[in-house]
Each structure stands twice: as C-alpha cells, then as structure tokens.
Write a protein that binds this ligand. Sequence first.
Ligand code: CO8
Length: 260
Amino acid sequence: MAEDRYVELHVDGQIGTITLRREKQLNALNQTVLAQLNQVLDELAGQSEVRAVLLRGEGRAFAAGADIAEMTSLSPVAAGQFARLGQAVFSKLEKLPQPTIALVHGYALGGGMELAMACDIRIAAEGTKFGQPEVTLGVIPGFGGSQRLPRIVGQGNALKLLLTGGIIDAVEAHRIGLVSEVVPIEELAARGRALAEQLSGLAPKALAWVKQAVYEGAELDQDKGLAYEASLFALCFSTNDQKQGMEAFLAKRKPAFEGK
Ligand code: CO8
C-alpha cells in the first residue's frame, strides 16, 4: 500500500512552499511526517533555483505538536530516538541555504512551535495560539524548544512558557519577539509570498552566509563571532553577486543577482 503523503513541496518560480497535510490530526508530527519533511528538505537543499522557502500547514492549524498518540507508549530509548529524529530534521531546516518563512495559523503547539522556531522568520495570523505545553503532558520539549526558544525570546520569557505550559496568542508572541509580524488570516499567504519574493531577489550566497553568521555565531563568544563574520564577509568578495550588487548601486540600477 502506498504511504500517505503528509508533506508536499510545491515550487513556483524561485519560491518553494512546503505544506503539512495531516489536517485531521491538526498536522501532528509523527515519524512519517518527519521522514517526509526530511526528504523534502534534501530536495530543496539541492535546488539552487529555489531562493526562498515558505512552510505552512493545511487546515485548521500550522501544527498542534508531536503526535501524542504515537508517543504514549514509547520506551525511554525510543523516545530519545524520536527526539533526535525531530531535532535532526529541524536542524536541517534551519541549515537550509535558502531563507525560510513559517506562515503560522491556528495552533503552533509543542513540536509545531518548535518547527516554526527552526524557520528563519515567523509570520502569524491573528488569533494563532502558541505554546510549549509539554509539561502539562509530563514531558519536556524534545524537538529543540528548550534551546531555540530562549535564544529567540530570552531566558525569562522562554522559562515562563516552558515551565507553565501556557498558551499565548499571536499578539503576545509578537510582543516577546517570537514572531516578527501578525496579519489577518486572509492576508497570511499573500504576505508570505511578498516576503519570499523580496528575499528571492537578493543574493543567495549572501543570504546563506547571513544565516550561518547568525546561527553559528550564536554558539561563539563575541570575538570569535566577529572573526567568523569577517571570514564570511571576505568570502562574499569571491562572488559575482558582490560585484553585481555594488556596481548596480553605483550605476543606479537594480542588481540582477545570479547566485554566483
Ligand atoms: N497529537 C496527536 N493528535 C492530535 C494532536 C497531537 N499533538 N493535536 C490534535 N490531535 C488530534 C486530536 O486528537 C483530534 O483527533 P480525533 O479527531 O481523532 O479525536 C484531532 O487532532 C482534532 O483535535 P481536537 O478535536 O482536539 O481539536 P480542538 O479544536 O478541540 O483542539 C487543540 C485543538 C487545542 C490544538 C487540541 O487538539 C490540543 O490540545 N492538541 C494537543 C496540543 C499539545 O499538547 N501539543 C504538544 C504535544 S507534545 C509535543 O509536541 C512534544 C514535542 C517533543 C517531542 C519529543 C519526542 C520524544
């Protein structure tokens, strides 16, 4: 029997859209979803013509978490393996060379919020509910929530969410810096598309190196981070796009970046 298809990749011009399609379970992340997401990310990493990636959920939710039904009877060993699988897939998402934008609506809870946090930019629809309710289930986040959330919103805000398991709405998520924009739900797709188009017009290597400077730099002390930034800055001068960008500025024309 053919495996259910829960993760779809649609490429339109320079923009790739990943859609979670497990609507009946509010896109709960089970092992199959993670494996399919992993496969799609491998495809995208090799598609240099795709310059920006949107990630969205079909139906009522972005994703309501890891699949609780699948997790209930896991042994400690299997639970550890499941956590490491999710972490590996989400790290692959974070490390994609292309910029990624999570379009979040409905619910982004537990693993769903962790998935959104592995994207570079998060845009939320009004009314979206965010939270890490793991402690209410007797567990802790296992797909990176205890690591990415403090880095994004600061330790105090993160600990409040992680310790209480409380749910916040999009306005509060915006206030603490978890999302960068909140838009009416009817405008979510168009806003995501517009931002993806804006990003796809920029120099792909510069974008990939900005991501590296931010994510890898966060693991370094400031002096080492600055040295790392300088080395990536230098690398930009080995590209045609650096010449293109600066010459276009001086000639007062729009640059045509080719990713070389
Ligand atoms: N897992 C499995 N099924 C789910 C999940 C989930 N996380 N969320 C929703 N569903 C299912 C429901 O069981 C229901 O199925 P059915 O129709 O067969 O009964 C269907 O989706 C629709 O859900 P509801 O009927 O509950 O819809 P409501 O609108 O009434 O409620 C909520 C929506 C509030 C989002 C509610 O579904 C809910 O609370 N969901 C669970 C949220 C949650 O606790 N998420 C965190 C999960 S834990 C986690 O993500 C840990 C990540 C780290 C994993 C580490 C690996 C070891």
